[in-house]
Design a binder for this molecule. Sequence first.
Ligand code: NAD
Length: 247
Amino acid sequence: MAEITIPSELSEKLRTAKKVVALTGAGISAESGLATFRDAQTGLWAKYRPEELATPQAFIDNPELVWNWYAWRRELAGQAKPNPGHAALVEMAAKVPEFLLVTQNIDGLHQQAGSRHVIELHGNIHRTKRFDDNQIVTEWEETGEVPPRCPATNSLLRPDVVWFGENLPPGALAQAAIAAAECDIFFSIGTSSVVFPAAGLIGETLRNGGLTVEINPGETPHSSAVSFVLRGPAGSVLPALVQQTWP
Ligand code: NAD
């Protein structure tokens, strides 16, 4: 691939920025081999749309189907390794005085890469909770029943992820929104920017006159509003950005 040239004006602003927020979506994990929601599903799952499986109603209607879909995705996420895009954000965090990483991803790859203080807006696929009252459960007996049940209350278990129509974890969105409003630069990385409220965070920065940067090989609804568009895969663009900003 041709070398990616980062606009020098962006590098200069980033070098002197005090507060930076990076919001990531499924696209940053695409180069780790995890499909985005916009990619077609494969094999057994090709006939389902993710949006139809990731809802409380889908779980009520067919808990076995939804549990198995997440079990399959958990296995893929467990096998995946962070890529140079995740690593570059760890480096950026070390250079910027105040850096906040906000992710819509549920795969845990940012933490695996070494990122600290990650706000997970949509939960984490590696955690499990009770369907009845959202309490985290770490141990249960594998009786063969799918989904398994909580040993203490008999509630069905489900992944600790945010489904369409559900609220985000208390405090997470508020903290991200304050940081987005106060930051000098907001990066929107590998997200289609159509799933709200996460897609609205960049608006906080735009309203306050902060710099906004989109990193995505494709167009999004925010492309025309941001200060800089860096077209390309995050696994190449982010390392180039860090290298050219702090050579
Ligand atoms: P999305 O699937 O809607 O959009 C993915 C975006 O990534 C697209 O705009 C696409 O152009 C871009 N993209 C593709 N390859 C890229 C690359 N190499 N580098 C940078 N960008 C790339 O995903 P979303 O915006 O995160 O939102 C949908 C929901 O999907 C979220 O709620 C999230 O929880 C869930 N999701 C998470 C994972 C994960 O944790 N890995 C995977 C699939 C979906």
